[in-house]
Design a protein around this ligand. Structure first.
Ligand code: MN
Length: 233
């Protein structure tokens, strides 16, 4: 049967050319909320609560090549557009009920990503007990650097994660400070959904989230991955 309208393009994110190149086809984007203690505190929460998840559409991704500056438009409906630097995990092998001890076998690679957030809209939705979609899952809300295979990086369990805006450090943490480790996150996610090849997981952001305005340039760095640079237009 023919499609009755032109089917949407498959979203793909580039693999680092020096690591073999090619495109990684994206299925879903899962995101973990409040996964670094200090960030949970700055959002008004304390202690280790069970992990919780939200999703972004795959076509919210804005791939940015190494050495380039990606551009995103300042989104509509907000006056408080926040950056959240995050380690992104790419699933190469799907599964259900994956134990944490086996989770690393399902990881294809890693990238540096930004979980851009319309914080004012997210806040309103939280207050009303409504879904976060309008605050989190909007167009261009997920800039992402090149994907680097795990075969090249090894398992990323520790290392600095930072974000600067116009050269000034805003967010600073270490991957070792994740409340729910990547492996535990995969265990929990795969109980709730059938993980599939092509799924991405945004693993949460360290403390220091804040607003950007038009003209700002964000620079995200995670030890072992290429720099992600994104300008707001
Ligand atoms: Mn986030």
């Amino acid at each position: 049967m023919n499609y009755v309208i032109t089917p949407p393009a498959q979203v793909g994110i580039p693999v680092l050319p020096a690591a073999g190149g090619g495109l990684f086809p994206v299925h879903r984007i899962y995101c973990v909320g409040r996964n670094y203690a200090e960030h949970a505190q700055e959002m008004g929460f304390t202690g280790r609560e069970p992990p919780f998840f939200f999703l972004k559409p795959a076509d919210a991704l804005v791939p940015v090549a190494e050495g380039e500056t990606g551009v995103i438009d300042y989104p509509t409906l907000t006056a408080n557009f926040h950056h959240e630097i995050e380690l992104v995990v790419a699933i190469g092998q799907g599964g259900r009920d994956i134990p944490a001890a086996k989770a690393a076998e399902h990881i294809w690679g890693y990238a540096t990503g930004l979980d851009m957030t319309r914080r004012d809209l997210q806040g309103e939705m939280k207050k009303l007990g409504r879904p976060w979609c309008i605050g989190k899952a909007f167009d261009q809300s997920a800039p992402i650097g090149p994907l680097v295979p795990k075969s090249r990086t090894g398992e990323l369990l520790k290392g600095a994660i930072t974000l600067g805006v116009n050269g000034q450090t805003r967010q600073k943490g270490d991957l070792a400070e994740l409340i729910w480790s990547v492996n535990e996150t995969i265990e929990q996610l795969s109980r709730a959904w059938l993980l599939q090849p092509g799924d991405l997981i945004f693993t949460g952001t360290p403390a220091g989230v804040g607003a950007v305005v038009r003209g700002d340039v964000m620079e995200g760095n995670i030890a072992g991955l290429p720099t992600l640079r994104v300008a707001v237009r």
